[in-house]
Design a protein around this ligand. Structure first.
Ligand SMILES: *Cc1c(COP(=O)(O)O)cnc(C)c1O
Length: 186
């Protein structure tokens, strides 16, 4: 996934022209402004925190939402899927480092949250996503995410960014989210 948030179009155009078709964005509104004209030609993934008041727009505009992390959001997304007759693929974000400033369910909450998504809200979750702490070896965090996925029967792992995607791939990532290494600094 090419993370195009905050990038000027001059940086994105060559990557698009070279054939990249999966892009990640942090904000619903910014994504709409950047991609509205090319929307049908790409797969678009939301990788930033989602407020419930943006859920309608997010379901309408994104193919994948990778930041499902609380029951209130699960409920609102389930309602929007019903209302719009359109279901984005979903990833649950896990706060593997249990950092207070970071979104995501804790590793200890993950199994129960995934069960609630399925059983209470009728949502089908495709995989897990994490952003390890910036100042730690990411490998244990990636392995932890992979363990949670295995025991919950999930095949997809969104993990690894510009600085650690090789490690993430070695730990089983099925997609990496690369921004600055492709486009330059934001
Ligand atoms: C910005 C961002 C990325 C890309 O980060 P780089 O270090 O530029 O590759 C990946 N994942 C998430 C969730 C992001 O917010």
């Amino acid at each position: 996934m090419a993370v195009s948030k905050l990038q000027p179009w001059e940086h994105i155009a060559p990557v698009f022209d070279a054939g990249q078709r999966v892009f990640g964005e942090n904000r619903v509104q910014e994504a709409k402004e950047r991609w509205i004209e090319l929307r049908d030609r790409i797969e678009l993934r939301l990788i930033g925190p989602l407020q419930t008041n943006k859920a309608r727009d997010a379901v309408a505009f994104f193919d994948v939402i990778e930041t499902l992390d609380r029951e209130k959001l699960a409920r609102v997304l389930a309602d929007e899927v019903q209302a719009q007759g359109k279901a984005p693929r979903l990833y649950v974000q896990v706060n593997t480092g249990e950092e207070p400033q970071k979104a995501g369910v804790t590793p200890g909450e993950a199994d129960a949250f995934l069960a609630a998504c399925r059983e209470v809200y009728g949502l089908s979750v495709e995989g897990l996503m994490c952003i390890p702490p910036a100042d730690e070896d990411p490998a244990p965090h990636f392995r932890l995410l992979a363990d949670i996925a295995v025991r919950n029967g999930l095949a997809k792992l969104s993990m690894g960014m510009s600085d650690d995607f090789e490690t993430a791939i070695a730990c089983g990532a099925t997609s990496v989210r690369v921004g600055s290494a492709l486009f330059g600094a934001r």
